[in-house]
Design a binder for this molecule. Structure first.
Ligand SMILES: Cc1cc2nc3c(=O)[nH]c(=O)nc-3n(C[C@H](O)[C@H](O)[C@H](O)COP(=O)(O)OP(=O)(O)OC[C@H]3O[C@@H](n4cnc5c(N)ncnc54)[C@H](O)[C@@H]3O)c2cc1C
Length: 491
């Protein structure tokens, strides 16, 4: 009998590779016609965009996965280091090119935030310390347990900094509003709010500012392609256009899955690379689901979503880098809009990623492929995208125009994606990009574990399970889930 994986997102493929490398027979069932899930791409009229993740960090996670299968990641994907990591534009005209070269970064900081360079260096050391201490408990291994947390030496506990917010901690290191905004932005990498998330999440700054940002030659989707290729080489059976409609459970243990076409596939174990709440709500038999657990999962606060414009732009903009951020003038109000008022920000911070800066063939000569994204709330009835999307598009383009980038007359091709579209395209509940919210200090403890506690033989890999969302994280999630399957089946 095989181990069945439902979903060929990055977490599902990562688990498949681990299990196949360990000699297991693995079948991956994917409802779409292609693999990758939220990591996807679109080509239109000579332009090509990644439609999901654009910022890739933690290259070691991918290298380790391929090494576990006896391969070299670099034989499958060419990762180009990006410098600047990101170009930050501020409403007062200041521009900051972030780099992981600390000495150079300190010089650049002195130019726009005199007196803050040393505070920045101390902040980096603080973030690196959080990474060192929390990594083994919260990121790189099985879900945290109280017992494992208590094993953290007492002297290290304050360094984890769970009681302050991210913003409080940042303020204690640097005075410049420019730097505070830049460092607070890392909360959005897990769909969170820097004014509410625990300071522990400053770990993300270490990952990017010290670890670097990478661009896979050909587009971020090259990672999904590489995972698929390796999985197939290892003998994984990947079936696309195969929607799982139900998981069969007998005497408290999974026995197989049922497909949309009526086929049944028996399974020794099942890893769901599907939103955990959706598994409980739609795939498991009602009789095995405790109503309280389902309620908890369905009502959990989601991380944020996004509003996307994929633009084919005529003309070239030498002043822009591969990744660009155009900051709002009131960051706190922006996050209040998103997380308290449930509306997309009135004055948004706008992110523009242009892969044709690194891969010119992603746009026709003399053109650029802009991926424009604004952080938006996971949708609910407080904001009607079906009515407001066109107006909001105008607001985002006007915001870019206020930075001297009025491209409204240069758009040759366009696709607009709202949180509703993201839910439809990716299955993410309410369009949330990174699973449950990380906005309180217990989020990491509340995140669903990778082994179901109530159904034997059922496991979870992906952004809604430990250790959370983001491409490297879900790759690790697949590792943890596969490890648990092997622990249970072949002790
Ligand atoms: C617009 C956007 C921007 C992002 N930016 C970044 C970024 O810059 N950096 C970063 O690291 N991360 C980013 N992310 C997040 C990142 O893409 C996700 O965390 C990650 O790709 C999720 O992987 P996953 O393993 O959870 O699977 P998913 O991508 O959620 O895939 C799950 C798969 O399961 C399939 N499936 C679901 N139900 C069934 C069923 N019943 N039967 C069969 N198949 C099923 C789906 O079709 C899908 O293919 C972004 C996401 C989006 C959408």
């Amino acid at each position: 009998m095989a181990i069945v994986i439902i979903g060929a997102g990055i977490g599902g493929l990562s688990a498949a590779i681990r299990l196949a490398a360990a000699g297991e027979r693995v079948i991956v069932l994917e409802q779409n016609g292609h693999v990758g899930g939220k990591m996807s791409e679109l080509a239109l009229d000579g332009f090509r965009w990644d439609t999901g993740p654009s910022v890739i960090t933690m290259r070691g996670v991918f290298e380790e996965l391929f090494a576990a299968a006896g391969r070299k990641f670099e034989d499958y994907v060419t990762l180009l280091p990006l410098d600047p990591l990101t170009r930050y534009f501020y409403p007062d005209g200041a521009v900051l090119d972030a780099t992981s070269d600390v000495a150079q970064m300190m010089q650049r900081i002195e130019a726009i935030a005199p007196g803050d360079a040393a505070g920045y260096r101390d902040y980096l050391a603080y973030a690196a310390r959080i990474h060192r201490i929390t990594g083994p408990v919260f990121i790189y291994d099985q879900p945290p347990t109280i017992r494992r947390i208590l094993r953290t030496p007492l002297r290290d506990m304050p360094a984890v900094d769970p009681l302050r917010t991210m913003d409080d901690a940042i303020r204690s290191f640097v005075r410049s509003p420019h730097l505070r905004q830049m460092l607070g932005r890392f909360a959005t990498y897990v769909g969170g709010n820097p004014f509410a998330s625990p300071a522990t999440l400053n770990v993300i700054a270490d990952v990017e500012l010290s670890g670097g940002v990478w661009y896979p030659r050909g587009g971020v989707y090259a990672i999904a392609r590489a995972f698929e290729r390796l999985a197939r080489e290892l003998g994984v059976d990947i079936v696309t256009d195969a929607r799982v409609e139900g998981i069969d459970v007998e005497a408290g243990r999974v026995t197989g899955v049922r497909l949309h076409n009526g086929d049944r596939i028996p399974a020794e174990a099942i890893i769901a690379n599907v939103d955990v709440a959706t598994v409980y709500e739609r795939l498991l038999p009602r009789a095995v689901v405790a109503p309280a657990r389902l309620r908890r999962l369905v009502r959990a606060e989601p991380s944020c979503s996004g509003f996307l414009l994929l633009l084919g732009i005529e003309g070239e903009h030498p002043g822009l880098a591969h990744h660009n951020i155009f900051f709002s003038s009131d960051y706190r109000r922006e996050f209040d809009d998103i997380f308290q008022r449930g509306i997309p920000p009135d004055e948004p911070t706008v992110y523009v990623s242009i892969t044709s800066k690194s891969d010119p063939e992603h746009a026709p000569a003399g053109h650029e492929n802009w991926f424009v994204m604004v952080t938006a709330p996971a949708y609910d009835d407080r904001y009607d995208w079906s009515v407001n999307a066109a107006d909001y598009r105008e607001r985002v383009l006007a915001r870019l125009a206020s930075f001297g980038l009025d491209v409204r007359g240069q758009i040759r091709v366009e696709r607009l994606l709202t949180p509703l579209d993201l839910e439809r395209m990716t299955g993410a509940r309410r369009g949330a990009l990174y699973g449950q919210s990380s906005n309180d200090r217990f989020s990491a403890l509340r995140r669903p574990h990778n082994r179901a506690s109530d159904v034997r033989g059922l496991y979870f890999a992906g952004g809604t399970a430990h250790p959370g969302g983001g491409v490297p994280m879900v790759t690790l999630s697949g590792k943890v889930a596969a490890g648990m399957v092997l622990e249970d089946l072949r002790p």
